[in-house]
Design a protein around this ligand. Structure first.
Ligand code: ATP
Ligand code: BTN
Length: 324
């Protein structure tokens, strides 16, 4: 997307964000372009997941007002000790990829957020549906000394941090699914994708990506599993800038603690939030699947599965847990 198109679309959205209809002609005059160009920009915004009503004779109107991200408002929420940068971007491929591509060394806690992602991703290259201004798409950089081995269980610590942030925003009843998912009412509310770069034994750079549904539009593209957003859990809806600031604080606090003490301080909290505690589950490991009773996590963050052969710990990024 060219810079100028993005700018025009940004301006178009700020005009449309007032709950009234605007004709293509008036929008064109205000923005100095033709009504045909307005129509094309509206089509692109629709493909980014925005629900824009188009009524013959009346023009265009956003179906619901957007609460846009604002760097200053996010910064106001941050702990006074948080010195790392917070970047708010408009539409990008993936916030994780954006931080990965940053060539200069950035401070621990450096965060980027985007209004929409065109190539948002989950684990194993799965897609993360990322409509415009509907969620938080956030990635934080953190460098760890000691190589990959010190990162075992990090996604569990991050899950606890997200629950703490949500609780501070008044959202209760959140649960965690091993190893990286956040659930409410049995449906997926958020996901964590941690991507690590570095050589064995050296410092490694972790990108901690969080996708958290705030208010997905009615016309959201199909998500192939049950999902939920904060709009279904809270009234009034949480302010996205407040939520973003609270989440950044909790992630930075938890990463600092994890770097010092590992997973230990998070284990009992994680166990209390386990969505499948003592339930029958299936572990899918590549093409194999093993059925048993979920006995929670061990001190390294491995999932404990009880089968007729006894209790065994399973570790590793290739495993998925499913209820049975
Ligand atoms: P796993 O147990 O392996 O983590 P998962 O199905 O949760 O399984 P992930 O890679 O963690 O897989 O997450 C990606 C999946 O999340 C997608 O395949 C899709 O089913 C679901 N998904 C995609 N976008 C969203 C969204 N905005 N909200 C909720 N769920 C989503
Ligand atoms: C999952 O459930 O598999 C994890 C989903 C993680 C999505 C977030 S959105 C911000 C960051 N950028 C990405 O491309 N992915 C993560």
């Amino acid at each position: 997307m060219s810079q100028s198109s993005e700018l025009v679309r940004g301006n178009l959205l700020s005009i449309l964000n007032d709950n009234t209809f605007h004709s293509g002609e008036t929008l064109g005059v205000t923005l100095g372009i033709s009504s045909a160009e307005i129509s094309n920009h509206i089509k692109v915004l629709t493909t980014l997941g925005l629900d824009i009503l188009s009524v013959r004779g009346k023009g265009y109107c956003l179906s619901q007002r957007l609460m846009l991200l604002n760097t200053q408002k996010i910064r106001e929420q941050l702990d006074s000790t948080h010195s790392a940068d917070v970047e708010v971007l408009n539409v990008i491929g993936s916030t994780n990829q954006y931080l990965k591509d940053k060539s200069i060394d950035v401070e621990n806690g450096h965060t980027c957020l985007a209004e929409a992602q065109t190539a948002g991703r989950g684990r194993h290259g799965r897609k993360w549906v990322s409509p415009y201004a509907a969620s938080l798409y956030l990635s934080m950089h953190w460098s760890f000394s000691g190589g990959y081995s010190v990162l075992g269980g990090l996604s569990l610590a991050i899950g606890v941090a997200i629950v703490d942030a949500l609780n501070q925003c008044g959202v209760q009843g959140i649960q965690l699914k091993w190893p990286n998912d956040i659930y409410a009412q049995g449906k997926k509310l958020a996901g964590v994708l941690i991507e690590v770069e570095g050589k064995i034994g050296c410092n490694c750079k972790a990108i901690i990506g969080v996708g958290l549904n705030v208010a997905l539009p009615k016309n959201v593209q199909i998500i192939d599993q049950p999902w939920i957003d904060l709009a279904q859990l809270t009234d009034p809806l949480i302010n996205r800038n407040f939520l973003a600031g609270t989440l950044i604080n909790e992630l930075a606090r938890s990463l600092t603690l994890f770097e010092r003490d590992g997973l230990k301080p998070f284990i009992s909290k994680w166990r209390a939030l386990d969505i499948y505690a003592n339930k029958a589950v299936k572990l899918i490991i590549g093409t194999q699947s093993i059925t048993g009773i979920n006995q929670g996590i061990d001190e390294n963050g491995a999932i404990l599965l009880e089968t007729e052969q006894g209790v065994k710990a399973y570790h590793g990024g290739e495993i998925s847990v499913r209820p049975i």
